[in-house]
Design a protein around this ligand. Structure first.
Ligand SMILES: [Zn+2]
Length: 341
């Protein structure tokens, strides 16, 4: 009896080890962008980013330096590490009403957005864990006057096998409030087999694919898959209102990572066929600071709530920004292809 039991434990442990090993091997093998050397060595890539520099103009040079680098925009923590700078302090941000119908909630390292509608709340991402959902997300929402029991949908921007930085609180919030949980179909497929028994993922309620929409009351979000960072990273199109004026922003969960042509084609479609025609005016991510200094922007909004919203670009400026994203992603794919030729 005891022996049988031990054998089972050994088997279970080896299975977990095999799963973990293949998950970490997958992570190690995936090349998401060219090295700085490969990027510089590709004459075609360099020509594209020089052209982009000319058409983006002076008002988007900060964005250019992030979007048109060899890595593309990346988490502030990673960028600082790469530059040899000390990490930024992780603290819980004062809940910020980034738009009339949208709040940022959570720590500086990764947060969540809450979208308010006339029939309840949509939560985008859930922080790292049950503990963070319980001790940071819920109290911050309450502080902002948002009733967590009104969360009807949870949209997970993406997930990685064995990693819970956006999905960790979903199971807890779903069981507390009965919210339906949505994620990109490929990321459900990839992450569910790797959930650990002590940190289970949420129940799979809704699979999102390109063209999916989600409506709650007066608000409809629409989606496209943006593979690269993970196979099911989402691009979300969110109708927002700023001081009574309706406009549209997008959340790019995959942070413009395009390791291959398929990922590039998806990003190109998102920018040229959706973002530009719909007049999207801003780009967000639940890791504050990937695309612009969102922490500083949120401080500006809190200090000057009647001023212009720094998260929104001008109409023409936004169009140039989306073109720059496409061109510089193309430069990175070409540099990667040149490096492997
Ligand atoms: Zn990720």
């Amino acid at each position: 009896m005891f022996k049988k039991f031990t054998t089972r434990i050994v088997l279970a442990v080896s299975m977990i080890l095999i799963l973990q090993t293949s998950a970490s091997a997958q992570r190690v093998r995936r090349v998401l962008f060219p090295t700085p050397e490969q990027f510089i060595a590709s004459a075609e890539a360099q020509r594209i980013i020089e052209d982009a520099s000319a058409f983006v103009g002076n008002d988007l040079q900060r964005e250019y330096s992030m979007v048109c680098s060899s890595t593309g925009p990346e988490r502030a923590a990673l960028a600082r590490q790469r530059a040899g700078l000390p990490p930024i302090e992780n603290y819980t941000v004062e809940p910020t009403q980034v738009f009339d119908n949208m709040w940022y909630i959570g720590p500086t390292s990764q947060g969540a957005f809450v979208i308010t509608t006339n029939e309840g709340l949509i939560l985008i991402d859930t922080l790292n864990s049950t503990e963070e959902a319980r001790d940071i997300l819920i109290p911050s929402m309450q502080k902002a006057g948002l009733d967590p029991t009104q969360i009807k949908y949870i949209v997970l921007s993406h997930g990685h096998p064995g990693q819970t930085d956006h999905t960790g609180g979903a199971n807890y919030l779903q069981s507390l409030y009965g919210a339906k949980v949505a994620m990109g179909k490929p990321d459900w497929d990839a992450t569910l087999p790797f959930q650990s028994p002590d940190r289970p993922l949420a129940n799979r309620d809704i699979d999102i694919i390109t063209g999916s929409t989600l409506t709650l009351g007066d608000t409809t979000l629409s989606f496209a898959l943006e593979p690269g960072h993970s196979p099911g990273s989402l691009a979300m199109f969110i109708p927002v209102v700023w001081r009574g004026e309706p406009t549209m922003v997008m959340l790019l969960a995959g942070a413009m990572q395009t390791p291959d042509r398929e990922a590039y084609d998806a990003l190109e479609h998102i920018m040229n066929d959706i973002a530009k025609p719909r007049n999207v005016r801003g780009v967000l991510n639940t890791h504050a600071g990937i695309f612009q200094d969102t922490l500083e922007d949120m401080e500006v909004i809190r200090n000057n709530p009647d001023g212009p919203n720094p998260l929104l670009y001008g109409q023409d400026q936004a169009q140039r920004y989306w073109s720059m994203i496409v061109e510089c992603a193309r430069a990175r794919v070409i540099a990667l292809e040149d490096a492997t030729d």
